[in-house]
Structure formats: C-alpha cells, structure tokens
Write a protein that binds this ligand. Structure first.
Ligand code: SF4
Length: 363
C-alpha cells in the first residue's frame, strides 16, 4: 500500500491477474516414444518467471515428474518467492526423506501425488511422512488413475489412504487416450454421440458399466465411513462447458518454451483414440516464449479466439445458474432456462482441437 493511501485508509485496487494457472513442464518424458527425459533450461524458466506477477498459481506438472529436474528445489523456491501460489504434481517416486524435508521447507500450497498404478505399498511410508511433516497450509492430494487393472483396488486404496490424513483422494480416468493400450484400459464408456452433449439434467443420472459403478460406489462408502474426501470422475461421457484444464484461464508451457492451452495439445505426431477409432490429433502450439514475448503469445488472435469460445460457454453457464437458482427454482424454470443454455452451447461449439478429446466430455 502506498504512503498516502495507507494514511487515509484507502485500499489500492487489487491487481488483476490475467492467468489463473501457469502450468510449467520442467521435465518432459514423451508418452509417445521411448525417449529420455528432457529438462527445462534455467534460462527458459527465468524468462517465464518474469510473468509470475500476471498469474494466480505456478503449477509444476507435465509429461514427466517435475521432481526429477536437477534444479527442482531452486525452481520451486523461485516460484514460492515470486508467484502468489505454487502447486506440484508428482508421481511420488522421488519422495524420500531428504526430498520431503526440502519440500516441506518450501511449503507449496498443494502437492498432488499422481499414482499411475496402485503402488501405494511402496509410497505408504513416504506419503505418511509427507502428510505428517507438511506445513498446515500445504494440501496433499492423492490421484488414483482408474484402469481396467486398477479399479478393483479402489476401495482398498481408500481404506489404506484414510489413516494417512491426505486432504483428498481423486479417482481419475486415463487423461488422454494416445495409445491402443490406453484405449483398451479405459473404464469409461468411450462412445460419444450427439446425445452426450447438452442435457445437464440427464447427465447426473447416466451410468457407466455396472461393475465399475459398483466399485466406485463401494469406494465412496468406505470414504464416507473413514472420513476421506473422495472425488471420483464419471464413467459416462457428457459434454462439459469447459474441461479440467480450464483453457480459458490457464496456459501450459512445455519444457522447450512452447506455449499451448494444455499438455495434450503440446504433443506433436499424436495418434489419438476417440469413439474407438484412431485419428491424427492436431497440436496447438501458439509459439515459443524464447522467441516471442509471453504476453504477445497469450494475446495472439488465434489463441484469444480459442479462449473466447470457452469464455462464452462459461458465461452462458453462469447466466443459467444465476437466472435459475438465485430465486426459488422450480422444475419448469429449470427446464426453460436449460433450453436457453443448451441453445447457447450448441451455437458455441467447443474448438475443433478439443472436439475429440475426452477431457471435454468430463470423464
Ligand atoms: S478439452 Fe482436451 S484438448 Fe481441449 S483444452 Fe481441454 S484437455 Fe486440452
């Protein structure tokens, strides 16, 4: 606060931050080829860190484990000192006692341990130690990936996770279907038709394969009994207003400085699966921050147009919520307003880049 404003008790206007999550991939491990890890150069990270004043959170994630970067702690310290919030998504294999101590000292706001396989037995002590030692302002979240091989273990996983004291257990689907193996391992219903878009009212009732729904329901019961905050993903595709990556507010910077809306669209030469058919997914690389100013890239017309679609879709949903639920909602009002929302969403179709990505179908 400036001298005069503090003297007269006036608050300076809150800084407007244009980006919510700056997602930074400091380690890349190709999901497409048998390749070695690639690390973000410090010069690239330093260029990026100039924009920490424009963001709400620096989130370290990507196709590799950020904790494998040789300067991981130096990078996170820089982010802690300069960004409002810092979050880390790790596969957890580097959580030994030394690294836990270092991490705890830095006190990131959130640590998500993403378990690609049910390897809780290996991580149990480490996660316990992390949760025990973390500062009270660091949330620890476990992310369980549901596949045909792992979903049977979900209720037991919750049972084992409960005494650890984690803040949340998320049960997610395989993020992106980019190989025949992943396609055959998914547990959600993979066919999207026109019926999967719209009708938010019916969406809540749609069910996936009974065997898997029962396992999720059982896991939910265990979670309730044990006091675990459990958030499972759905097993049926239904078009969402926006995806988990919130592309209207977030941006992804790959290890080499390339800017994309999300990790998926940063990959080149992807053969993806959608509706049980393989197709070539077009990447969306806006440019490289080492060649063009970060904000210039963010404001590039093609990228602003892409975000604009999501902004209008989110606005339509917000208008629907306000006009329907601010007053006493009734079935007729919900139906009528829903028709208006459905019409608006059908006029603002998701960008072509996203139309065959399962993340927009909320699984
Ligand atoms: S829908 Fe898929 S491709 Fe589009 S922004 Fe979200 S994650 Fe990326």
């Amino acid at each position: 606060m400036g001298f005069f404003s503090s003297l007269f008790g006036k608050k300076e206007p809150k800084k407007v931050r244009i980006i919510d999550d700056l997602q930074i991939e400091i380690v890349h491990l190709s999901p497409l080829a048998n390749d070695s890890e690639k690390f973000m150069e410090m010069a690239t990270f330093n260029e990026l860190s100039k924009y920490f004043g424009e963001i709400k959170r620096a989130v370290f994630l990507g196709w590799g484990d950020p904790m494998n970067h040789p300067q991981f702690f130096e990078i996170v310290k820089n982010a802690k000192d300069n960004a409002p919030q810092v979050e880390i998504v790790t596969f957890g294999t580097k959580l030994d006692s030394n690294n836990i101590q270092e991490l705890v000292k830095l006190a990131p706001d959130k640590i998500t341990v993403k378990l690609e396989k049910t390897i809780l037995t290996d991580l149990n002590e480490n996660i316990k130690n992390l949760v025990k030692q973390r500062k009270s302002n660091t949330k620890v979240i476990l992310e369980f990936i549901m596949t045909k091989d792992t979903i049977k273990e979900l209720p037991t996983f919750i049972e084992q996770a409960a005494p650890l004291g984690v803040d949340e257990v998320m049960a997610n689907n395989i993020n992106f279907i980019i190989s025949p193996e992943k396609n055959s391992q998914k547990v959600f219903e993979g066919i999207v038709t026109d019926e999967n878009r719209g009708d938010l009212l019916a969406q809540g009732k749609a069910k996936g394969k009974e065997e898997y729904e029962d396992l999720i329901a059982l896991a939910g019961k265990v979670a309730d009994k044990k006091g675990v905050y459990f958030t499972p993903k759905k097993l049926v595709c239904n078009e969402a207003v926006t995806c988990d990556y919130n592309p209207q507010k977030n941006v992804f910077i790959a290890w080499n400085g390339e800017m994309s809306p999300c990790p998926y669209l940063s990959l080149k030469n992807v053969k993806a699966f959608f509706n049980e058919t393989e197709y070539a997914q077009k990447p969306f690389i806006v440019g490289n921050i080492l060649e063009t100013n970060f904000l210039e890239l963010w404001n590039k017309k093609e990228y602003a147009d892409f975000r604009g679609i999501y902004e209008r879709r989110v606005k339509a949903l917000n208008e629907y919520m306000k006009s329907t639920f601010d007053e006493d909602p009734n079935a007729q009002l919900i139906q009528e307003n829903y028709k208006i929302l459905d019409q608006k969403l059908s006029e603002e179709k998701v960008p072509e880049y996203c139309a065959k990505c399962y993340k927009i179908y909320d699984v």
